[in-house]
Each structure stands twice: as C-alpha cells, then as structure tokens.
Design a protein around this ligand. Sequence first.
Ligand SMILES: *[C@@H]1O[C@H](CO)[C@@H](O)[C@H](O)[C@H]1NC(C)=O
Ligand SMILES: *[C@@H]1O[C@H](CO)[C@@H](O)[C@H](O)[C@H]1NC(C)=O
Ligand SMILES: *[C@@H]1O[C@H](CO)[C@@H](O)[C@H](O)[C@H]1NC(C)=O
Ligand SMILES: *[C@@H]1O[C@H](CO)[C@@H](O)[C@H](O)[C@H]1NC(C)=O
Length: 527
Amino acid sequence: MRPPIIIKCSPILILLSYAQSARILGLFPHTGKSHQMVFEPLLRKLADKGHHVTVASFFPLKDPPPNYVDISFEGIADVRLESLHLDMFENFGIINRVPKIRDTIMSLENFRILCTIAVDICDKVINLPSLNEALNREYDVVLMENFNSDCMYGLLRVHGIKAPVIGLSSSFPMPWIGERIGASDNPSYVPVVATTFTPSMTFLERMENTFWRIYTKLSFRYSVQNEEQALIEKKFGIQIPEFSNLGRNVSLVLVNTYHVLNGVTPLVPGIVEVGGMHLNETKKNVPQYIEKFLNESEHGVVLFSFGSLIRTATLPKYKEEMIVNSLSKLKQRVIWKYEDSAEQGNLTGNILRVRWLPQYELLQHNKIHAFIAHGGLLGMTEAVSAGKPMVVVPFFGDQPANGAAAAAAGFAKVVPYYDLSEEALDDAIQTVLSAEMRMNARRVSKMWKDRESSPLDTAVFWTERVIRWGHAAPLHTAARELAFYELALLDVAAAYILAIIIIHIILWFLLSKIIHLFVKEPKQKLH
Ligand SMILES: *[C@@H]1O[C@H](CO)[C@@H](O)[C@H](O)[C@H]1NC(C)=O
Ligand SMILES: *[C@@H]1O[C@H](CO)[C@@H](O)[C@H](O)[C@H]1NC(C)=O
Ligand SMILES: *[C@@H]1O[C@H](CO)[C@@H](O)[C@H](O)[C@H]1NC(C)=O
Ligand SMILES: *[C@@H]1O[C@H](CO)[C@@H](O)[C@H](O)[C@H]1NC(C)=O
C-alpha cells in the first residue's frame, strides 16, 4: 500500500487510524472448501493488520490469529470435500450421443443443485443463535461471498446493519453480479460462467450465452432470492422490501480472476480483480518421499489432480484404465492425487499415487513439466502463476469456461471428461509437453505476475479504502439504479421511433398538399 501523502491533515489521520483497527464481519455460507481457500488469506491478513475480524463459515481456522473470532457453521450441512462421485456422469445413456443436449442437461442440473443448497443452508443458518448474536453488534465493513445465495443480505437487512458491504467471488462472477455494481454484462461478449465460451463468440454461441444469462438470472430470482426472502420473513416476522434488490447496495466486489487468464471483461471501479490472492509464497515442505521421487526422475514429472471436490476413487474402471494406459506410456514420471493411497504413496511403474500433495509447491518445482487438472480456478491460478502448461479435463460448473480461457491464453489443451480416451489424453499430453507450449506457459506467467501490487495487497488496500470512505466514495456506475428498459434504452428507442413516425406523417401530409397544388395547376390550364 502506498503511504498516504496528506498525513498531516487531521481528519484523514483520524480516518486512517480508524481503518487500522476496524470491526470486520465475514459471512461465508457456502460449503465448498475451495471457495474458502480463496477468502481465508485475506481474512487472516486483515486480522494480522490489527483489525477485529469475526468470520462465520463452514471452515473455522485451526490456528486463528489474535483478534479473529470464528462462528462455525460446521455440522449444519455436509461440506463439499472429496465428496463428488463420478458415477453421476455415467447415467446419461442415450443422451451421451448428443453432447449439446447432454451438456445442457448437466449444466441445468448443476445450477439447480447450487440453488437447492443455497436455500437449504439459508433455512438453517438464519436459526443459528451465534450468528444472530454476532449480527446484533456493530461493524465497519461486511465481507461476504456473492455466489449462489443472498441469504446474508437478508440477515443484514433484518438486523439493520448499515456498514458497507464488500462482495467476494471465488470464481468468474455469477451472472447477477455485474448489475449490482453497474458493470455491463452484455452477453454478446461477456460469457456466462456455465458455458464453454470466451469473449469472442459466434452467432450461435451468442444465442446460447444469452439464453444462459436470462435463464440463470430468472432462476436465481425465483428459486433462490424469493425462497430465501420467504424463509427470513417467516422466521423474523417482518417484511423485507425487494429482496432481489438488496445486492444492489454492495460497495465493492473482489473477484478471484485476472484478465490475463480469464479474458477481458468490463470493470468499473467497484470490481477489482484479485486473482491469485490465495497464493502463499511461503515455501512449504514437500514430503520426503515425493521429493525423492522428483529428484530421481530423469525426464521430469507430470502432476495430476482432480482437485478437492471430486473423489478420484469413484472414477469408473474403464476410464481409470484409459488414464493409466496413457500415463504409463510417458517417459516422464507422474504424481497423481488419489485419496485412497497408502501413507507413503502407491507406486506402479512410473505413476506414484499420493493421498495429498502440496500442489502449488510442486507446480513451482522445476522437475514438474505439466499439470493435468479438472479446471478448478484455484489449480488453474496456481498453474498460470507457476508457468506450467495444463491438460484440462473439465467436469462442470466454471471448469469448462476456465479451460476454454486457459486454452485461449495459449497454455492449455482441453479434453472434456466425456471425450477422455487414451488417444485424446496421449495427444493432449504430448501437445502440452512440447517446447512451444512450455515456453508459452512461462510467458503467460510473467504477464500474470506483472501488476502494480500483489493480489492480496490489492484486496487489503481496497477493503481498507471502503472502511475509510464507505458510502461516501461510491464505486458503482449509475447503471445499477436503472430499470432494464432504461438501461437498454428501450424508452428512448420507443420515443425516437414515435418521433420518426410522427415526422413521417407530417412530411407525408405536407408532401401530399404540395403535390396536390402542382397537380391542380396543369388541370386548370387545360380548361
Ligand atoms: C502463508 O503460509 C505461512 C506458512 O504456512 C503462514 O504462516 C502465513 O500466515 C500464510 N500467509 C497468509 C497470508 O495466509
Ligand atoms: C442502500 O444503502 C443506502 C445508503 O446506506 C440506504 O439508504 C438504502 O436504504 C439501502 N438500500 C437497500 C435496498 O438496502
Ligand atoms: C533432492 O534434491 C535436492 C537438491 O539436489 C536435495 O537438497 C534434497 O535433499 C533431495 N531430497 C531427497 C529426499 O532426496
Ligand atoms: C495402495 O496400497 C495400499 C496398501 O498396499 C492398498 O490397500 C490400497 O488399495 C492402494 N491404493 C491404490 C489407490 O492403489
């Protein structure tokens, strides 16, 4: 953070010292561990800087710093960690033959699950005494995830909390985020997270993207916001006006993207890209047996992980065989994150299966030459930062979009899970291990890191800036106060069309009069 120049001016001095021990409330009612991994470093850093931080989440810290209080949601709902079974991808039968329909059904189903989880969790947390108690205190700023739920906006309203709100998004923002801060989310060039599109879209892609934009927004409104509003009104016995507009009061949104990877989209001052905020450059120890395996590799190592949500052991046998066959052919060695492995890993041929791996440490290791992953944004961020090329095998959610973005950035090859065959994987790995792709990955990494301040420092700066100025320094555009017809200029278009019609009628009327005059004259001469 730059030192403030006008430090002698006393009101500012007061504001600055005030920002040094602010009361911060964090609200994170989502069960995905990978989401919390993005937010945690910011919350920790704010506490380290002397702020009083209270955080409600499913993932209380094991070693909270002083001035950090956890409110635990543990036990309220199952957390999403190594819990996704891959058999769900096998049950499509005939539909498998029409990929577009299959993928659409998958995305719809996926979205439906996200909505159900949101409402289910809302129903439980609003009854949590520890949370309601915390909400009865005063805060200087509220940090909260803006993802599949607006339940917390409702609670803030119920408890009359007027502190400015900072929204956090661990992925490319959901389709309803842009309008909250008045940023353009025109589907002609802003892809919806659920798609496989990049900002350059064909006619058909724009059609599909538009469908997803409208569908997800309406669906969020009717199956999440309205449901949550009903739950909260019932529980607290009060009416909340326009629940679907509460989010439009957000002061700032911190987004875990960076345009070098995710593509350029319209930003306003209130949307700040902090992609890479979770990367901790402090070196962690690589377990001895993994380090030995790296040391002894002659041709380098390929890292393979499907992330924290998918349970790798549920890979159907035939898919696992394809993968093993392909990997066995490599002269490189392979380290595979596979939960059911022995303490010291299971070694078969050139493949070492391990329970857990320090992923970012390994990606930075010079013996690691490539990364095979599912396309979760965290792993992708780690790979782009470490400059390692990737084979992306996307499953659902934002993974296809992340894969497409990485491919467009030139450091990845995408093989969708359904198309994963031995040949496809062989091909992809060879492409990714090529000198050209590895060089490209290093180049993209340099661009990714070339910023005016580190993503975590950026996030801290903007958080403290909001604490200092709050509602007095708005960061949104006037677009968020406009109704759709005003934003799309439908009223203006209608007025212009009307004016043009009226002018035409007048002109037509005058013209017919003039013609009438000229036509009459010769007639008179004839007589
Ligand atoms: C980074 O990791 C180190 C060691 O695990 C830890 O002490 C430190 O707090 C971490 N930094 C952040 C910002 O989380
Ligand atoms: C948004 O914030 C302003 C300023 O604090 C407040 O007057 C207004 O009532 C809030 N609107 C909603 C919908 O919460
Ligand atoms: C691996 O190699 C490094 C550098 O040569 C060495 O410092 C380290 O002790 C080795 N580790 C193991 C487990 O062999
Ligand atoms: C790893 O080895 C252990 C013990 O040898 C065995 O029980 C386990 O099933 C193996 N796991 C995998 C993934 O092969």
